[in-house]
Structures are given as C-alpha cells and as structure tokens.
Design a protein around this ligand. Structure first.
Ligand SMILES: *[C@@H]1O[C@H](CO)[C@@H](O)[C@H](O)[C@H]1NC(C)=O
Ligand SMILES: *[C@@H]1O[C@H](CO)[C@@H](O)[C@H](O)[C@H]1NC(C)=O
Ligand SMILES: *[C@@H]1O[C@H](CO)[C@@H](O)[C@H](O)[C@H]1NC(C)=O
Ligand SMILES: *[C@@H]1O[C@H](CO)[C@@H](O)[C@H](O)[C@H]1NC(C)=O
Ligand SMILES: *[C@@H]1O[C@H](CO)[C@@H](O)[C@H](O)[C@H]1NC(C)=O
Ligand SMILES: *[C@@H]1O[C@H](CO)[C@@H](O)[C@H](O)[C@H]1NC(C)=O
Ligand SMILES: *[C@@H]1O[C@H](CO)[C@@H](O)[C@H](O)[C@H]1NC(C)=O
Length: 398
C-alpha cells in the first residue's frame, strides 16, 4: 500500500496526544489518539494519497484513533484501546468479512464471499464468537471462532440482523454453481431452522442481496447489488441495483430507491426518520476513483407502514477506499467501514473521527457500552471507546 508522509511544516499544525501505555496492565495499553480537531491548513496536506492508502499524519503506525471534530473526544473517552482478538489460520481464508450482529452473548458474522476461501465453487461461512471470552481477554489474542451450519439454501451471506429473541434475518447473494438464488431467510440457531422469506421479485431473480436493516413496522429494508456477478458467482443481472422493502406480515416487496452505481450497506437513524445507503461504485473489481465512494441520505416517510425514501442527498464521501457496512449509534451519529477502518460522521454529515486500523473494514458492530467489534478480513479487532457509546436501538432484537 502507498502511504504519504506529511511535510514537517504541516506536521507542526497537528497535535499528537497521549501515545503509549498508561496503566501497568500493558496488555490493555491505550492506542495513540491523533487530534486534528483544531483548525488546520488543508492546503498543506499533499494531494496525492492513493485511493486506499490509510490516512495518517506524522507516522504510519496503526492502529490509532484520529479526531477530526471536538465532538469525537467524548465518544472516544479517556482510555481508548484497540486489540487484535482473532486471526485467520492463513491468508487464504478471510474469516472476518461481513454481516456482524449481536445475539445474547454471541457475535455472528460471515466469511468473505468473493475471495480468500470462498468463491464460485465454495460457499462462504457463518461463524460466531463469544463476548464473554472477549471480555475476559485483556489484550491481543486468539479467541475461539465457531462455525454454524445452516441449510444449503443459505449461500453467500452478506447481511444479517437479529430478529425477535430466537433468530436472525439473513440476506444472501446466492451462488449460481450451487443452483441457489439470492434471498432473505430467517435462521434460528438454537434449533438450526432455516425459513425462506423472499427468494425473488415476483418470480424474477434478484442480483445478489447485500445488506439489510429491520424496520419497526416488521419490514426488511434490504439492498440488492451486483457484487455476485462482479465476483463471478452470480449470473448477469436481471434487475437494476435497488433498495427494497419486504413486509414480513404481508409478503409484499417493492423498491424504495434506485440510481446507484453499486449500492451496498444500509442504516436507519434511531428514530427511523432517515436512511443511509452506501454506494461502493468506485470498486467493481478495479478501482475507478471518479465513481461513488459515497453515502447518500434519504428522509423516510411512513404512512401507516407504507414507507417511501425521499429527498436523496449526498451525506459523505469516504476519505479512504469505499464506505461499506453502515450503522447508527443511539445519538444518530453514522459509522461506516472504510478503506482504513471505521469512520464516523454526525447526523449532518460532519466528519467526527476515524478508528484507523490501517486496513479495510467491510463491516463492524456497535456492541454497546463502548465496545465495537471490527471485521478486517483475516483479523478481528475489539475497540473500546467511552462506555456511553451504544448502538441505535435495534427493533425486533429483544
Ligand atoms: C506525493 O508527493 C510528494 C511531494 O511531491 C512526494 O514526495 C511523494 O512521493 C508523493 N507520494 C506519492 C504516493 O505519490
Ligand atoms: C486455510 O484455512 C482454512 C480454514 O481453516 C482451510 O480450510 C484451508 O485449507 C487453509 N488453507 C491452507 C492453504 O492452509
Ligand atoms: C459464552 O461463554 C460463557 C463463558 O464461557 C458461557 O458461560 C456461555 O454459555 C457462552 N455462551 C454461549 C451462547 O455459548
Ligand atoms: C493468533 O493466531 C495467529 C494464526 O495462527 C498467529 O499468527 C498469531 O500470532 C496468534 N496471536 C496470538 C496473540 O496468539
Ligand atoms: C443444520 O441443518 C442443515 C439442513 O438444513 C444441515 O445441513 C446441517 O448439518 C445442520 N447443522 C447441524 C449443526 O446440525
Ligand atoms: C423468546 O421469548 C419467548 C416469550 O417471551 C420465550 O418463551 C422464549 O423462551 C424466548 N426464547 C429464547 C431463545 O430466548
Ligand atoms: C468497472 O467500471 C468501469 C468504469 O465504469 C467499467 O469500464 C468496467 O467495465 C466495469 N467492470 C465491470 C466488470 O463491470
């Protein structure tokens, strides 16, 4: 990866705070926090950083936390830590890729759907780790990673959300070589039961379902994108790339938004008044930096459960790489996995900060009480910020 070094003149304008271990428990040493919230001279930042080179100033050691706005200091708290808690056995298995969710004391997630141990001839995997084990690990380590084995109808998981107290809703991309179409499924891990909910748009094949959120009206808001085709495991698309609503009570499905290059992640604000959709159009197998690496916001109108997405606007553009998985905290701030970690904006779109792990995070989960589990393909991180940080309340997740 290409990095740029900040010039000395510019470096003086940035303030590096508290670098190393504070407490005796070196294991839980605080990570470096780089404070960029004071006014600084952007015209002195070299303008030649490559698309996915991690943003940094002064040196290129990761992980670190970068503050772009005063407001992020309170979210970060006094003793932020970032620990590597699990690694793939080898570089050809990207175990920690997508779709993370918290259910009780377990965090479920899926392995990569396009490279590193999955692809046209292999399904990806559903896995989980135990939060108690993460709590007991005070530092770096390798916690136990366990496989689930749902039905073969579940091919290429890309999105998941907890549902009621006994299950999760899974969005799959499908896999042509297995003869399995994309769809939405309900999976109950305790009984190992898989229930198909939606496997076509009135008989027409979806492209490859990517991410989802569950709306309090019992509708699944999901994204259909082209990545299954771009990664050679889905046929040529039949439908445009769209965001849909699927009503689990009535079985009806209809589009909510279109006109993307490649839509990817979806988030809802805590009061369900705004939807955020990431567009990873700049990355289609090759990088085209003139295409979107962007987040769009929509106002959601809810007429007795009939939802419409209105007033589309640009909300943010990723500093590095593309914005992928996206989630709101309970204050309405917007968090998204990007090319060098997890970036955070306030609800207006002001960049607050960056959890910079120096590599791409496709997705992550805000667990609560300051804990964030970050997926980074061959590695999983536990990030601990201020204990007041909590996810937006998840509907149907009790
Ligand atoms: C960016 O420009 C600086 C100053 O011209 C140069 O030293 C550096 O090598 C360039 N970096 C890249 C990644 O091209
Ligand atoms: C890498 O790890 C995966 C998962 O444990 C395993 O299936 C695969 O055979 C390993 N590959 C190599 C080259 O060791
Ligand atoms: C998680 O780990 C704890 C401690 O080992 C254990 O008591 C608990 O049963 C585990 N949870 C599940 C769902 O297996
Ligand atoms: C975790 O496991 C990986 C792969 O086996 C190994 O490279 C790494 O050193 C281990 N980390 C720790 C902290 O034990
Ligand atoms: C769960 O059920 C599926 C069939 O739906 C089966 O293939 C799989 O082996 C089962 N897993 C376990 C752990 O029993
Ligand atoms: C879910 O909630 C119902 C009703 O409260 C309860 O009977 C059931 O045991 C719960 N299931 C789980 C897996 O917690
Ligand atoms: C990727 O995007 C570029 C730029 O729009 C385009 O030329 C190329 O055909 C696309 N590749 C695929 C596989 O769609």
């Amino acid at each position: 990866m290409l990095h740029y070094k900040i010039t000395q003149a510019t470096a003086a304008l940035f303030l590096a705070v508290a670098a190393s271990a504070q407490s005796e428990s070196a294991q839980s040493a605080q990570v470096p926090v780089v404070d960029l919230s004071a006014p600084y001279s952007t015209n002195e930042i070299p303008g030649n950083r490559s698309f996915d080179a991690p943003f940094f100033v002064e040196d290129d050691t990761f992980p670190r936390i970068q503050i772009f706005d005063e407001k992020f200091k309170q979210i970060v708290g006094d003793e932020p830590t970032i620990h590597s808690i699990a690694k793939s056995a080898n570089d050809s298995f990207n175990a920690f890729h997508e779709a993370p969710l918290v259910r009780g004391d377990l965090v479920y997630f899926s392995s990569n759907a396009g490279s590193g141990g999955s692809g046209p001839d292999r399904n990806n995997r559903l896995l989980h780790v135990n939060l108690t084990e993460i709590e007991e690990l005070h530092g770096d380590g390798n916690i136990t990673v366990t496989y689930n084995e749902p039905s073969d109808r579940i091919q290429m998981i890309n999105g998941m959300a907890p549902y009621l107290n006994d299950s999760m809703i899974i969005a799959t991309e499908g896999r042509e070589n297995a003869g399995v179409e994309p769809g939405l499924f309900r999976y109950q891990p305790e009984t190992n039961t898989t229930t198909p909910l939606l496997t076509s748009f009135y008989g027409r094949r979806f492209d490859s379902l990517n991410d989802l959120k569950i709306h309090s009206s019992n509708q699944v808001i999901f994204v259909d994108s082209l990545y299954g085709f771009l990664q050679d495991f889905a046929p040529f698309p039949e439908l445009p790339e769209m965001v849909y609503a699927f009503d689990m009570d009535t079985g009806k499905v209809r589009p909510l938004a279109t006109d993307f290059v490649h839509p990817n992640g979806i988030a809802l604000s805590p009061d369900e008044s705004v939807a955020y959709v990431t567009d990873t159009g700049a990355q289609n197998g090759t990088v085209n930096t003139h295409l979107p690496a962007s987040i769009y916001a929509y106002d959601i109108k809810n007429e007795d459960g009939f939802l419409t997405f209105n007033n589309r606007r640009i909300f943010a553009h990723a500093l590095t790489g593309v914005p992928d998985g996206i989630h709101c905290d309970d204050e309405g701030n917007v968090w998204s996995g990007v090319g060098d970690g997890v970036a955070v904006w306030d609800k207006r779109g002001e960049l607050l900060g960056l959890i910079n792990i120096g590599t791409t995070s496709a997705n992550f989960v805000l667990v609560g009480d300051g804990l964030i589990i970050v997926l980074a393909e061959t590695e999983m991180f536990a990030v601990r910020l201020d204990s007041s940080l909590n996810p937006a309340k998840l509907h149907y997740a009790e």
